[in-house]
Design a protein around this ligand. Structure first.
Ligand code: GLA
Length: 386
C-alpha cells in the first residue's frame, strides 16, 4: 500500500478504509507494496478482549510489530551492515506470553514509569497510596499498569511512513492515581528507519504522570547472548544516584570519574562489574541519567552500537532523563520468541522519562499534570548501520 502525500481528512479516511479492506482481503498476509500496515489476531486478554498484532512495514523493508495489549512493541526487524534483517527486541510470540509474565518487554508504561518511594505521594495536600509492587516501592504504574491494558488501536497516516494510533482511558483513582486520564500514543515507522513515539495526555484532576516505552534491545538479535560488548553513549553529564531500594537520593551527581560516564562510547560491559556502590544498588546499570538538555526540545539521548552486526540505535527525546537498565534481573526463565531464553544482561533498555520518584522530590522537574494542561513527549529510536 502506497501512501499519497495529501493530509486532508478525506485522504486520511480513505487510507484507513483502504487499510481495513486490505486487512480483510489479505487476512493478515504480507502486502506486496512499499509500505503497509496489516492486522492479525494475537490472542485474548485476561478480560476476554481479543487483541491484535499490527505489522508496520516501511519502504526500506524495516518491520515493527505492535500489539494493542499494553501497546507493546513485540518485534523490530532492522538490517545489519550486510542488509540482513534481525529482530532486535525481546518479546513473545503471542499475548499469552506477555500475560504469563513479562518484565515490561516493549510495553507502554504508566501511569508512572519507574518508582515512587513507598507507594505514596502528596498532591494538593492530599496523600495518595499506590500499590507497593517492587520491594518497598511502587513500580511502573502498579498491579495493572498501562502495560497490561487493552488499548484502542487504529492505523493512521503519518508523514514519511506508517503509523498506529493507540488510545486509553484511565479512570479516576485507577491504581490509586487521581483524575480521569486520556492517553494517546502514536507509533510511527518512518521510511528513514526510525520508530517515533508521540505521547499526549490530559486529565480532569491534578495527577502525576510519567510515560515511557520499555523496549529491551539487543542489537545482535533478541536471545543471542549478552549486550556487554555493545557500545553505549549517553548524552548526560549527571545521573541520579539511588539507595539500595533504587530510589534517588535527590542529588544530580556528576558522572565524571565514575562507571556512569558514558559521554564517550564504550562497551556496556567495560565497567559494569567494578566495585562501586551505585552498581551494587542497581545490580548493574539501572539508573536515570540527566540528559544534557535545556527546555523540552528533542535532544540526542543515547547511541548504542553493535561491533558484530554494525547496527546502530540512536535515541532522541524531549524528556529530561533516560533510564539505562541492563537486563540485570533477566535470568533465563523468560522463554521468548522462537523459544529463545533471555539471559542476564541479554538486553539494554533506554527508558526516556522524567526522573524516578519525582512526585516526592521537590528538586526534580515536575511530573504533575493539571486540568487544562497537555502532557507531551516525543521519543525517536532511529536505526542505521556502520
Ligand atoms: C526498570 C526498572 C528496573 C526493572 C525493570 C523491569 O528498568 O528500573 O529496576 O524493574 O524496569 O524489570
Amino acid at each position: 500500500m502506497t501512501f499519497r502525500k495529501s493530509t486532508n481528512d478525506r485522504a486520511r479516511q480513505a487510507f484507513a478504509l483502504a487499510v481495513l479492506s486490505t486487512l480483510s482481503l489479505a487476512a493478515g498476509a504480507a502486502i506486496a507494496a512499499p509500505d503497509s500496515i496489516t492486522q492479525k489476531p494475537f490472542g485474548t486478554a485476561p478480560g476476554g478482549q481479543k487483541v491484535s498484532l499490527y505489522t508496520l512495514t516501511n519502504r526500506s523493508g524495516m518491520v515493527v510489530k505492535i500489539t494493542n495489549y499494553g501497546g507493546i512493541v513485540t518485534s523490530i526487524l532492522v538490517p545489519d551492515r550486510n542488509g540482513k534483517l534481525g529482530d532486535v527486541v525481546l518479546g513473545y510470540d503471542n499475548v499469552a506470553g506477555y500475560i504469563k509474565g513479562s518484565p515490561y518487554f516493549g510495553a507502554l508504561v504508566g501511569r508512572y514509569a519507574n518508582r515512587i518511594a513507598k507507594g505514596k505521594f502528596t498532591l494538593n495536600n492530599k496523600t495518595y497510596t499506590l500499590a507497593v509492587n517492587n520491594g518497598v516501592n511502587h513500580l511502573h504504574g502498579g498491579k495493572i499498569g498501562f502495560d497490561k491494558k487493552v488499548w484502542m488501536a487504529s492505523p493512521v497516516r503519518v508523514s514519511n511512513g506508517v503509523g498506529l494510533s493507540l488510545n486509553l482511558h484511565s479512570a479516576d483513582m485507577e491504581e490509586g492515581y487521581p483524575g480521569n486520564l486520556a492517553v494517546h500514543v502514536v507509533y510511527s515507522l518512518t521510511n528513514d528507519n526510525a520508530l517515533k513515539i508521540v505521547y499526549t495526555a490530559t486529565t480532569d484532576k491534578a495527577t502525576v504522570l510519567n510515560l515511557t516505552n520499555h523496549s529491551y534491545f539487543n542489537l545482535n538479535g533478541a536471545g543471542s547472548g549478552t549486550v556487554l560488548d555493545q557500545t553505549m553513549m549517553i548524552n548526560a553529564s549527571r545521573y541520579t544516584p539511588i539507595d539500595k531500594t533504587s530510589i534517588p537520593f535527590g542529588l544530580l551527581a556528576p558522572v565524571a570519574g565514575t562507571p556512569f560516564d558514558f559521554r564517550r562510547p564504550h562497551a556496556i560491559g567495560a565497567r559494569i562489574n567494578m566495585a562501586n556502590l551505585q552498581l551494587k544498588n542497581g545490580a548493574g546499570y539501572d539508573h536515570n541519567f540527566v540528559l544534557n538538555h535545556t527546555g523540552n526540545s528533542l535532544v540526542l539521548a543515547a547511541r548504542a552500537y553493535s561491533p558484530k552486526t554494525g547496527r546502530v540505535l540512536t535515541v532522541s527525546t524531549t524528556e529530561p532523563g533516560v533510564q539505562l537498565y541492563t537486563g540485570n534481573f533477566l535470568d533465563g526463565t523468560n522463554i521468548g520468541k522462537g523459544g529463545k531464553a533471555y539471559n542476564k544482561r541479554g538486553a539494554f533498555c533506554l527508558e526516556t522519562q522524567h526522573f524516578p520518584d519525582s512526585p516526592n522530590q521537590k528538586a526534580f522537574p515536575t511530573t504533575t499534570l493539571r486540568p487544562g494542561q497537555v502532557y507531551r513527549q516525543t521519543t525517536i529510536d532511529k536505526f542505521s548501520t556502520r
